[in-house]
Write a protein of this length. Structure first.
Length: 121
């Protein structure tokens, strides 16, 4: 069973938000491994890209760079992940996990992604 979570997206130039649902992982947030965190971030980025360009293939390659992120407490419990890009912003959650655990996991997977894709010229 996939864990479904709501996402809200705001595209630059639009005056309204769009709501969607992503179901990228089968694990509950408290037991996510790094691959689950990557899947959530990629699903969030894909949802935002689909909102702007719905004609694209649903599994376009996604790069974990070019965005700002934050994990914030949600008013009714849990935390949300917010990503901001030049394209717009996407917020997913709430997730039942601590802010510090999820922030550390996101920092770790983004750092590993950058280390694996960087090159020296």
């Amino acid at each position: 069973m996939s864990v479904k979570c709501p996402v809200e997206m705001w595209l630059r130039g639009d005056n309204h938000a769009t709501t969607d649902t992503i179901a990228p992982v089968s694990n509950e947030p408290r037991v996510w491994i790094d691959a689950d965190v990557v899947a959530v971030l990629e699903a969030m980025l894909r949802a935002l890209d689909r909102a702007r360009r719905p004609q694209l293939e649903p599994h376009q390659p996604i790069a974990l760079r070019g965005f700002s992120w934050i994990v914030s407490p949600f008013e009714t419990g849990g935390v949300v992940i917010a990503l901001e890009l030049t394209l717009g912003a996407v917020v997913a959650g709430p997730f039942d996990v601590t802010e510090s655990e999820l922030s550390a996991a996101i920092a770790r997977v983004i750092s590993a992604y950058h280390a694996s894709t960087s090159s020296i010229h």
